[in-house]
Each structure stands twice: as structure tokens, then as C-alpha cells.
Design a protein around this ligand. Structure first.
Ligand code: AMP
Ligand code: MG
Length: 332
């Protein structure tokens, strides 16, 4: 049976639509909804069987924990066995918003959510639909990105349905998810805190808020010699077609195209001359604007018969770190 899709105003969500979605969640169902990062696929986080449905729908490996969404830091503390000072400070500064914090979990948080681990990842989203839905459900919502496992995170309802149609109970279509990239994940159960996944909030911004150096994911991988969390697997967030990152992207795209392949070029720079046989997608040269369109662009290219994607290497400055991270994984 195809999944139902209800259109809803992202600024002033209709309470009757929210109530219908919340009723599905309270019955143990799974519902996709927009957030300020990407679309989430939500279930009652306190109901292990409901959370297992998320894993089944996505084909997600059981060892990959999911983020729990709440609407206040009080609600977050009810899931946490410890709420260290850095958690308090980061919550005060960045919540609601695209920051996920990993803390020691309370015993009532099911193993399905934490992949059996002793910590739980918690986020307080800012998007009005996400907030209304969590409040109406009356429970915290476990929600990974609303797409099949290993695929690009969905940032529109259409792209949710591309991989999950018929596998989930409902999609709330509130238009494109604004941020376009997954949240920053920071582990505050260790001291000093450590970024496990770069995102829309930079490690520098976290360091400034805490008055201490927050270590980055790169450091974490080097130090431990292995990814400390499954979201750091080298290949993740991947398009279905080969993607390469290249400083001289225009030339590379032309070269591939001359060899007879259907090539797309994704760039943050204006393209001086026309490239007759290359499909060109020009994204913003500002990192926030670029992030908000990246996944959507990759989904569109996937379904347009393109065989290769060449991405012009974005600037190396810190604000582009999360974009570099996702492109690296997409090209692995
Ligand atoms: P996604 O499936 O795209 O929403 O990403 C969820 C990500 O959150 C996971 O892949 C992990 O990187 C991270 N995460 C969730 N729970 C934990 C946890 N307890 N410890 C460390 N990372 C976590
Ligand atoms: Mg994901």
C-alpha cells in the first residue's frame, strides 16, 4: 500500500493533521516529518517495538543508534543518567537547533535506540512541525533520517517517498527541510567533549561556547583507529552513481563526457563557458546555501540518467567542514 502523504504548513502546522500523525505514533507507527536539518523518520523512542519498525523500514543495521528528539532540555534530562555542565551550556546556547548531544542514558531508554550502548544521543529541534508533533505525541521521538539506509538523507517529502514509499505509515510534507545537512553530533559524556559528526554547527562554535577546545571527528578517528560511532562509517550518505570531488571539476567533467559518459557537474562557482554535453548544477558559494540544496540536487541527478557526478572542491575554510565530510563519504 502506498504511504499516505499529508501537506502541512511549516510555519503554522494544522493541529488536526498533527493530531492524526501523533495518534499513529502513539499506536507504535512510524511517521516522516521535516526538521531544520533533514526529514526524520519518527517513532515513540520509549517503545522498542516501534523503534524496530524504523530499522526494518530503512534496512538500517541494528548496531547504528538513532537520535532521540525532545522539545526541551528538561525532557532531555529525563532520558539522561548524567547531565554534565557542558551539556547544560550547549543546550542553553544551541537548543532548539541542529545540535545532537550524546550523554549517559537512563535505564528506561530502550536498547533499540542506543544499539545496546550505555549512551543516548538527544536533539531538541527547532522546526515548528517537529516540535508540534513531539508535543502532541507526548513522548520523545527516535528519528534517524527518513531514507533507506546508506542512501542520501531526504530533504523533501518526495525524496522520502523515493526510498520509503509503502514502508512507513505517513509523511508530513512541510516543504524542503531548511538546513539540508544532518545535525552536528557532540559526545558530552567524555571530557573534553568530542564531535562525532560535523554538521551545521561548527566545532569552533562549540569550543567558543564552552571555553575549551572541542575535539573533532578527524581527531577521534585517528586517535582510536576506528570510528567511535556508526555515523562515521567511511561510506554513508551515498548517491547511487559514482561521485568524485575535483579541484579542476570543469575540465574533469569535460574529459569524462568526451569519453562518452553522461556527466553532471556540481559547483559553487560560476561556469564561464557553456558545457554542451555536461549537466551543470550551480549551488550557492555560501556554505549554508550550498548545504540546503546539496542532497536535493544529488537525488535529482540520480533520477535523471546521469552516470557520473563531478563536484568542484569547495573552499577549505571551517564553515565548509561538514560539507567536505559528507562529500568525502559520498565519494568513498
Ligand atoms: P541519522 O541516522 O542520519 O539520523 O544519524 C544518526 C547518527 O547519530 C548515528 O549514525 C550516530 O552517528 C549518531 N548517534 C546516535 N546515537 C548515538 C550514540 N549513542 N553514540 C554516538 N553516536 C550516536
Ligand atoms: Mg541518515
Amino acid at each position: 500500500m502506498p504511504t499516505r502523504c499529508l501537506t502541512i504548513d511549516p510555519q503554522l502546522p494544522d493541529p488536526s493533521v498533527i493530531a492524526e500523525a501523533a495518534a499513529i505514533l502513539r499506536r507504535g507507527g512510524i511517521v516522516a516529518f521535516p526538521t531544520e536539518t533533514v526529514y526524520g523518520l519518527g517513532a515513540n523512542a520509549l517503545d522498542g517495538a516501534a523503534v524496530r519498525r524504523i530499522f526494518a523500514a530503512k534496512g538500517r543495521p541494528a548496531n547504528n543508534p538513532v537520535i532521540v528528539h525532545v522539545t526541551s532540555s528538561d525532557a532531555a534530562r529525563q532520558l539522561a543518567a548524567e547531565w554534565p555542565a557542558p551539556a547544560e551550556r550547549l543546550a542553553a546556547q544551541f537548543w532548539p537547533g541542529p545540535l545532537t548531544m550524546v550523554v549517559k542514558k537512563q535505564p528506561h531508554v530502550p536498547d533499540e535506540v542506543t544499539a545496546g550502548g550505555a549512551t543516548v544521543a538527544i536533539r531538541c529541534p527547532q522546526h515548528p512541525i517537529a516540535r508540534a508533533l513531539i508535543d502532541a505525541a507526548g513522548v520523545p521521538l527516535a528519528a534517524p533520517s527518513a531514507n533507506a539506509s546508506n542512501r542520501i538523507s531526504a530533504t523533501t517529502a518526495k525524496h522520502v517517498l523515493r526510498t520509503l514509499d509503502g514502508r512507513i505509515d505517513l509523511v508530513l510534507d512541510g516543504g524542503p527541510a531548511g538546513g539540508g545537512l544532518e545535525s552536528t553530533v557532540v559526545d558530552v559524556s567524555v571530557n573534553p567533549p568530542r564531535v562525532l559528526r560535523p554538521g551545521l554547527i561548527s566545532a569552533d562554535a562549540l569550543s567558543a561556547a564552552l571555553d575549551m577546545t572541542v575535539r573533532t571527528a578527524e581527531h577521534a578517528v585517528v586517535e582510536r583507529g576506528a570510528a567511535p560511532s556508526p555515523g562515521m562509517l567511511a561510506r554513508h550518505y551515498a548517491p547511487l552513481i559514482p561521485l568524485e570531488i575535483c579541484p579542476r571539476g570543469v575540465e574533469r567533467a569535460q574529459e569524462l563526457s568526451a569519453s562518452g559518459q553522461r556527466v553532471a557537474l556540481v559547483t559553487h562557482l560560476p561556469v564561464a563557458h557553456s558545457l554542451p554535453s555536461v549537466q551543470v548544477a550551480i549551488l550557492s558559494n555560501d556554505p549554508a546555501g550550498y548545504a540546503s540544496r546539496l542532497y536535493q540536487t544529488l537525488y535529482e541527478l540520480e533520477s535523471s540518467g546521469i552516470e557520473r557526478i563531478v563536484v568542484v572542491t569547495p573552499p577549505q575554510s571551517a564553515e565548509w567542514a561538514a560539507i567536505h565530510d559528507r562529500l568525502r563519504r559520498a565519494s568513498a
